[in-house]
Design a protein around this ligand. Sequence first.
Ligand SMILES: [Zn+2]
Ligand SMILES: [Zn+2]
Length: 332
Amino acid sequence: MRAAVITRIDSPWELRDVPDPTPGPGQVVLRMHASGMCFSDVLVHHGLWPVPLPIVAGHEPVGEIVALGPGVTRLRVGDRVGVSWLQKGEGRCTECQSGRPLHCADGQTWMNLGGGNAEYMLAWEAGCTLLPAALSYQDAAVAFCAGFTTMSGLRRGNPRPGDRVAVLGVGGLGHMAVQLSAALGLETLAITSSPDKAKYAKQLGATDAVLAGDDPGKALADAGGADIVLTTTTSAEQVNQVLSGLRYGGRLVTVGITGPLHFDDTTTLLFKQCSIKGATHDNRGDLVEVLDLMAAGKVTPRIETYPLTQVNSVRDRVEAGLVRYRAIVELD
Ligand SMILES: [Zn+2]
Ligand SMILES: [Zn+2]
């Protein structure tokens, strides 16, 4: 099969012919249809997210099951599925026993079996989630990191009826976050540095959008503040600043931070009794909720599609912030 193989840090991913995968016990093989590109792939490319090399990246993979390993009982050949970042835990630790395999010290991810930037992909049966029939492969791919991450972040903010949610950053994750928050019936404000993204956020269902300017916290406070701020930007400085826009009892949830975080506004933190949380893919139910909202037409990702042969230029576009709003590698 053809695969985009990462052989060295900071070097172009190599399009190579490699042996077709064979499923072991508990594993399946997907014929890939689409593979989303995420900013964390850029981090992998630069060695900022250590992975064993050589490896095939791609953690928003969707396709059709074409082979079942021994002992697979839940999936069938022909099923349309996507594969989560964390596919399974070892099953016996406290986290696994508590139903939180994401936190298992010995969890299996795309870094163990390889990801979706290839014609076929090996996955654990436990890591596969069925796709609703109404959903295209290209759109469904976006659910598996961008959608899953932001829905988990939103849920960890404990939204209540009447709450106002501010989404900081309108990119691959943020454009999903705005739609998911609006689809849950929450008043949703987008904060972005870009006038064209502010306009687009309103088309996505944001009640309003404000420009971050030099201080997204001040911009948010001036716009009335928020009960939940979901930050999808990679900028630690913006996350530090936006805290000042929280209302009393507000929750700041960050899902995309890449640098060291500090908070200057201890007055807001202490006297408004705010909390700061990190979040990532959590319950499988968050992912299924995203897929269902997408299948119902309430959330639709905006995507750019490219063939596997352009995988390097796609990654460069992601790094340069040029993608509107998620790049998908098509494999069929
Ligand atoms: Zn991702
Ligand atoms: Zn475990």
